[in-house]
Ligand binder design. Sequence first.
Ligand code: MG
Length: 212
Amino acid sequence: MNKYIVFDLDDTLFYEVDFLKSAYKEIAKKLVPDDNYISLYNEMLELYYKQQDVFGILASKFHSSKEVLLTLYREHFPDINLRDGVKDILNKLKDENIKMGLLTDGRSVTQRNKIKALDIENYFDKIIISEEFGSEKPDKKNYNVFLEPGYEFFYIADNPKKDFITPNLLGWKTIMIEDNEGKKIHAIPNILQEKYNAEKTVSWQYFYALIE
Ligand SMILES: [Mg+2]
C-alpha cells in the first residue's frame, strides 16, 4: 500500500525553543535599539529558564504592555532551522513520491511564518493548522481530513499528551521522535495510559529505516 506520512511541526520538525529565542531576540532589539540588546536578550532567557513572567517583567520595565509583547512574539518572522536530518528525510520521501502532510496546532500567522522560514511548504500535500481548521488535536476531524482510499497512514510527532491517542484509535501507525538534545519546551508526563503512547519511538537518525 502507498504511504501517507503526516508530520507534526513544533518540536518534531524544529525545536520550539529556537522560535522562542528568535522572538526574544527580535523583542529585545525593539526595546533596546542598539547593540546592548544582547544583554536584555540574555536576561529574558534567564527569566524564561527560571519560569518567571518574562513579558510581565519587561512590560513594566519598558512601559509597554504584555499584549504588545505577546503579539510581537507570535507574529515575528522567525529565524529557525529544521532539526538535524529532517531535510534529507523530507527530500528522500519526496523523491520516492510518498505523500506527506502537516498537522499542527496553533495560530495561523505563527505557524505559517514557521513553515515559510523552514521552507517546507512544498513538501506537503495538505497543511492543517488548528486555528484555520477550527478544531485542535486530538479531535478526530483533524486527522480524518487527510483520509484518502488506498493509503496507509502515519503520524510522526513528539507529544504523547495529545498527538497519538487519536491516530492510534484510527489505526494509523504512530511514531514519536525523541528529543536528542534536551531542547523540548513542554515536559511530558511520566504516567500516561498506553493508548496515549506512540507505537514506536525513534530519533530522526533512524527514522527512515522504520518506515521502509
Ligand atoms: Mg509538537
